[in-house]
Design a protein around this ligand. Structure first.
Ligand SMILES: *Cc1c(COP(=O)(O)O)cnc(C)c1O
Length: 372
């Protein structure tokens, strides 16, 4: 490492790089494959393609691209206020919800204080905590999900944030609204609770809960949502947080003034009202999930029941199976970095993509991983 880098804080030098899902183009380049024949089920993207309403609005917004975006995101905030019944001062917009998660960390953490998250929780929590030099407290998982009692018990005097993903990525595990509410009541009000609901639009009717009214009761609650998953706009990078106005105000001071670009603001406004697209996304995901679970079960493989648009399947030597699937033109996600070395995370695709994955998996999965 060069001298200048040796001077970087130890907590920065200790960060393990985030490994994103492999782009289809990269695999095509590396293996001399036709990109069109590659199936990518590696980043929990919506397989439907973007909402046509978003596309129209974004094309129109291109005309104004010489101007800086509205740094206050007026139109998008108005749309969010109408949709969620919150005040303008309760909204923080982000360049993806990852940006918002990092903003929470930069606003409330520093060296010498701590944040709590669960084992197998979303990788951006440890990254955000470490990048500001704070201490992390990782609680043990319960059936691969968050153990809320353990998390509440892990809160110390120096704890400033607890991160919860519901459903969680990569495990797809889910906490009921009643359990979350019980947790919020148990947490001291001086501790920020980040409730990351990136996949909430995928929840089936019987699982749905509405966290937004909780903001009135819990000034320490920060809800994060994204346009990257069910809204099908992952490449656009737009997400947001809803919080108490005092919390949102602090976060907005830390935020880069133009963190959400103008095309992204226009696309998000246009599709926020597109309930038809959301419903279609949810239906295709539910059908695909059922088929995938049937398929891996028929192969004799274990899986973790998931409420997201992805699930984890136990394949034994996951790095090998991952590499073998790549050779079949199928990209999934190994989750060794999440302390799950025997598992692969697979996003739900369109029907033909799911079938491609299942037949490729059947061809490469070792007999030792099958329990029937
Ligand atoms: C995908 C994901 C996000 C959203 O990321 P964006 O930055 O909005 O694309 C946030 N939280 C979890 C748990 C996720 O899986």
């Amino acid at each position: 490492m060069i001298d200048a880098c040796e001077q970087a804080p130890a907590w920065i030098r200790g960060i393990a790089p985030y490994v994103p899902g492999k782009p289809a183009q990269e695999l095509a380049r590396e293996m001399g494959m036709d990109e069109a024949g590659i199936v990518k089920l590696a980043s929990n993207e919506n397989p439907l393609g973007p909402s046509p309403k978003a596309l129209v609005a974004m094309r129109a917004a291109l005309e104004d691209i010489t101007r800086y975006p509205d740094g206050n995101g007026f139109d998008l905030k108005q749309a969010l206020m109408a949709r969620y019944g919150v005040g303008m001062g309760q909204i923080v917009l982000g360049n993806g919800s990852n940006d918002v998660l990092e903003l929470v960390a930069r606003t409330f953490l520093a060296p010498g204080v701590s944040a709590v998250y669960s084992k197998h929780a979303f990788a951006v929590y440890p990254l955000s905590v470490q990048s500001v030099g704070a201490t992390h407290i990782e609680t043990p998982a319960k059936n691969f999900g968050h153990d809320l009692a353990a998390m509440a018990g892990a809160i110390r005097e120096d704890t400033r944030i607890v991160f919860i993903a519901n459903p969680n990525n990569p495990t797809g595990t889910f906490l009921s609204g009643a359990d979350l509410l019980g947790f919020l009541r148990a947490v001291p009000r001086r501790v920020i609770v980040v409730l990351d609901e990136a996949y909430t639009e995928y929840l089936a009717q019987e699982d749905r809960y509405d966290s937004i009214p909780w903001l009135a009761e819990f000034p320490n609650l920060v809800i994060t949502r994204t346009f990257s998953k069910a809204y099908g706009l992952a490449g656009l990078r737009v997400g947001f947080a809803l919080a108490h106005p005092d919390v949102a105000d602090l976060m907005n001071r830390v935020r880069q003034p133009f963190n959400v670009n103008s095309i992204a603001q226009a696309g998000a406004v246009a599709c926020l009202g597109d309930d038809e697209y959301l419903a279609r996304s949810r239906d295709i995901n539910a059908q695909g999930m059922q088929r995938m679970v049937e398929g891996v079960t028929a192969l004799g493989l274990d899986h973790i029941p998931s409420r997201g648009n992805f699930f984890c399947v136990k394949v034994g030597a996951a790095p090998q199976v991952y590499a073998d699937l790549l050779r079949q033109g199928v990209i999934v996600r190994p989750v060794g970095a999440y302390a799950m070395p025997e598992w692969l995370r697979v996003s739900i695709g369109l029907s033909a993509e799911n079938e491609r994955f299942l037949s490729a998996l059947a061809a490469v999965v070792p007999a030792s991983a099958r329990h029937r």
